[in-house]
Structures are given as structure tokens and as C-alpha cells.
Write a protein that binds this ligand. Structure first.
Ligand SMILES: [Fe+2]
Length: 310
């Protein structure tokens, strides 16, 4: 079945702002820019991991899951058929646009488009980060990071959980029951490789888009600090301060993208190395410390710093 989160496509309204954000805040490389403004963002040996489309929805456009090869793609298609999930075979042009050998496309119960593919393009040129970095991104067998999709009800979350476990073969990592803005949130975390979660689902208080955030992990804590500095110095609004999560132990912060959804940027996430030892647990808080969610944190910080400087 699927082995990693291979790529994501996002639909944005401000590609210019996204280019600055992706390179200067996140450290991604703009590897390819199409005439229509589509940007392929690179973070490792593969041609891209994030594709920015100027189609204006400010939400996830598609989620690409990697399978090892042709027989695995066939097996996945058969599993979808057995579960009554319609899928389309990707055309040659579509495969070329995604820089893969072959793909299929289908939708989850939330209406989000997913693709499964094999044969990702590895260009000759090495990855070159968009700004200086102390280390590299943690990808490899763990994929590009994770995505957090928002649902409209707990029933929808359960339906989506069934879909991802039954049809895509994902495995449950754990649950977190917490509160946001006085509302109870039941979050579900799933994995398909040693990364603690490649996908999370929860009903959130305000669902105006499907993508809550995507996450990128770096090897060095200094790169988390550098990204944090870039946000503070350029008044890029944070969605949450630095903190460490209870379940995956990620040391991270959340920054608001030009599209309104967030990016979690962190290091030191724990991995699930031995599936047979893994026990599903339940937490009642997202974080051991930090991750204060609030608006305009950067503005407050700058006001304080400037105030102190007199
Ligand atoms: Fe996250």
C-alpha cells in the first residue's frame, strides 16, 4: 500500500507572496516555474514536494501518496474498487505534469482529491535550499512531512478514518482530545511509515477550508530557530508559538501562510520504528509546553521588543 506522503498541491491566490514565504521562511527551493505561475518547490532529491498553483482557493488541491512500484499501484486500485471507491487512471500528460511514471486519482469522504503514484523524478542537480540552512529536511522514507485535514463533524472524521485505514492501509497512531475556543476537538493521527503521522484529521471549530496545516521537519534545531527569527523580523503572523507536542514529541511552531492555513515547522519528531511494539494511546493536550494559539503574536512581540528598546 502507500509508503509515504510524496507531494502536495496547494491552490493559492498570491503566488508572489508564496514565493517569498516558501524560500525565505521555509527554506524551500523554487525548482521550476511554469508560464501560468505554477511553482514546483523542492526540499530533497525529488523534483518537488509542494506544488503551488495560482488557482486561488487557498486550500489543498491534491495529496500525492507514493507506492513502491507498478504492482503496488495496481493492488491499491483493486483495493479501492473492492471498497466501492471510484478512481481514474492518470493520463500520460498528467503523469508528466506531476513528474511521475504513473498515477491514479480518487477522492476521500471529505471531497479532497488524492493521487497515488510511483516513479518520482530525481533531477541530476542537487537540492539547494531557498535560504541558508544548517541541516537538511527530514524526508527519505518518512515522506515530505504531514498534513492535517479539517472535518465538519466527528462522524465525518470517523468516515475518513475508515477510508484511510481500509482503502489506503494507513495505521492508527493515537488520539488527542483537546479544546479550541471552548470547543471539544477529537483529533486522529495516522501513519504509513516511521513518521509518527503523515495524516491527521479533526473537526475544527471553523472549517472554511479542508487544509488546517501541513508540516515540514528539519534535522537541525537551528533551522527551526532561523525560521522563527525570519517570521519575527518580517512580522509574519504566527499561528502558534514554539512548543513540543505530546504525541509525536515534535519541537515546532506554526506560521500562517499567505493562504491562511498554517505550516508547522519543527524538528526532533519521534518515529514508529517497530510496528508490532506500537500501542495506540490517547492524550488530552496537544502539547507538553508552548504552542500557544493566538492571533497577531508577531505584532505583539514586535510591540514589546520595540517598547523595551524605547
Ligand atoms: Fe502538525
Amino acid at each position: 500500500m502507500i509508503t509515504q506522503l510524496g507531494y502536495i498541491g496547494i491552490s493559492v491566490s498570491d503566488t508572489k507572496r508564496w514565493e517569498w514565504f516558501a524560500t525565505q521562511v521555509l527554506g524551500l527551493q523554487v525548482f521550476n516555474r511554469a508560464a501560468d505561475g505554477t511553482m514546483h518547490l523542492r526540499m530533497d532529491q525529488f523534483h518537488h514536494r509542494v506544488v503551488v498553483h495560482p488557482s486561488g482557493q487557498d486550500d489543498v488541491a491534491y495529496v500525492g501518496w507514493m507506492v513502491p512500484g507498478p504492482s503496488d499501484l495496481k493492488a491499491l486500485a483493486e483495493r479501492l474498487r473492492a471498497n466501492g471507491v471510484p478512481y481514474e487512471e492518470g493520463t500520460e500528460e498528467e503523469a508528466q505534469a506531476r513528474k511521475v511514471v504513473n498515477l491514479i486519482r480518487f477522492q476521500d469522504p471529505l471531497g479532497v482529491t488524492h493521487e497515488a503514484f510511483y516513479g518520482f523524478l530525481v533531477p541530476e542537480e542537487p537540492f539547494h535550499p531557498g535560504r541558508p540552512m544548517s541541516g537538511r529536511f527530514v524526508t527519505g522514507t518518512q515522506g515530505l512531512g504531514h498534513i492535517f485535514l479539517q472535518t465538519k463533524s466527528d462522524a465525518e472524521t470517523e468516515k475518513a478514518l475508515d477510508f484511510f485505514t481500509e482503502c489506503l492501509g494507513m495505521r492508527l497512531s493515537d488520539f488527542i482530545d483537546f479544546e479550541v475556543a471552548g470547543q471539544k476537538v477529537h483529533a486522529i493521527f495516522m501513519h504509513c511509515n516511521p513518521r509518527h503521522h503523515s495524516l491527521a484529521l479533526a473537526k475544527m471549530p471553523q472549517v472554511d477550508r479542508r487544509l488546517n496545516h501541513f508540516e515540514l521537519e528539519v534535522e537541525s534545531i537551528d533551522d527551526v530557530g532561523t525560521a522563527y527569527d525570519v517570521c519575527l523580523r518580517n512580522a509574519v503572523p504566527l499561528a502558534a508559538t514554539l512548543g513540543r507536542h505530546t504525541n509525536d514529541r515534535m519541537f515546532s511552531f506554526y506560521v500562517q501562510t499567505p493562504s491562511g492555513f498554517a505550516v508547522e515547522y519543527g524538528c526532533g519528531g519521534r518515529t514508529i520504528d517497530n510496528e508490532s511494539d506500537w500501542v495506540v494511546q490517547r492524550y488530552t493536550s496537544t502539547s507538553i509546553w508552548g504552542h500557544d494559539w493566538g492571533q497577531e503574536l508577531t505584532q505583539d512581540y514586535l510591540r514589546k521588543v520595540r517598547g523595551r528598546a524605547g
